[in-house]
Design a protein around this ligand. Structure first.
Ligand code: MG
Length: 255
């Protein structure tokens, strides 16, 4: 069921989103060659707890998962698409790209945000992948207004990405968010205009295109969480939590 948030809930989500973006940008600024993904995770948890909030992914157990997710931050490097598990032995190197994805619970309500960051100097093709993926997210957000449909967002993202010939991951999608970290509806990053659920003011959704510099196909690793590109090519991921308003959208995960 799709939930419509009350004005009180929206206030809390706006503050939660501001806090989440503040933390994630601090993590972004810490990304550098020689830093382990575990160090990023430890810092994220420390910052969230210091504000009196709760990490949303730590110990979260998605439907069908054998084990709960063991960390605060998802860290997905290069060919890892999403849901990578931080590890003290995974040291970032110059030329890597890393997706950092973080969920935060503030006063009982959830927001979700991700971005992909270059580690030191990276190739032009990596820079282009990051730029197009971030633009795809903004294109999806621009397609939002009350009365539009989920398919309008999906179509906008897909038609923006197609000329760049990146693989659009299909088995993972955006989602409703707020009272839980994952709510209805699903927001696929491909689809048809005019199809799907109608967007109503007060709905809160996370939009998160995942683009691969090769095949759209992904493989789930043995850890049960990490998705990788099937061809080993790099992948990028950007995400915002967005409030549907009468005349458009408000990004909640911003400083
Ligand atoms: Mg998400």
């Amino acid at each position: 069921m799709i939930s419509i948030k009350t004005p009180e809930e929206i206030k809390i989500l706006r503050e939660g989103g501001r806090r989440l973006a503040t933390v994630l940008y601090k993590i972004r600024d810490m990304v550098a060659p020689g830093v382990s993904t575990k160090e990023l995770d430890t810092y994220a948890e420390k910052l969230i707890r210091k504000m009196g909030d709760t990490p949303a992914f730590l110990n979260y157990r998605p439907a069908g998962a054998r084990n709960p997710f063991p960390a605060t931050l998802c860290t997905s490097v290069n060919e890892e698409v999403v849901h990578g598990i931080p590890n003290a032995n995974k040291i970032l190197k110059e030329g890597d790209i890393i997706s950092i994805d973080l969920g935060l619970q503030h006063k009982g309500l959830f927001t979700d945000m991700a971005l992909t960051v270059p580690v030191g100097a990276v190739s032009n093709s990596s820079l282009k992948l990051l730029k197009v993926t971030e633009q795809a997210l903004q294109t999806g957000i621009n397609a939002i207004c009350a009365g539009a449909r989920v398919g309008d967002i999906s179509y906008a993202i897909e038609s923006f990405v197609r000329p760049h010939r990146y693989g659009i991951v299909e088995v993972l999608s955006g989602h409703g968010v707020g009272r839980a970290i994952h709510e209805d509806p699903y927001i696929p990053n491909f689809g048809q205009k005019g199809k799907g659920e109608k967007l109503v003011a007060g709905m809160v959704i996370a939009i998160e295109p995942m683009l691969n510099n090769g095949t759209k196909n992904v493989i789930l690793a043995k850890d049960g969480y990490t998705y990788r590109t099937a061809d080993g090519k790099k992948s990028a991921h950007f995400e915002h939590t967005v409030l549907i308003t009468e005349d458009g959208a408000e990004i909640l995960t911003k400083t």
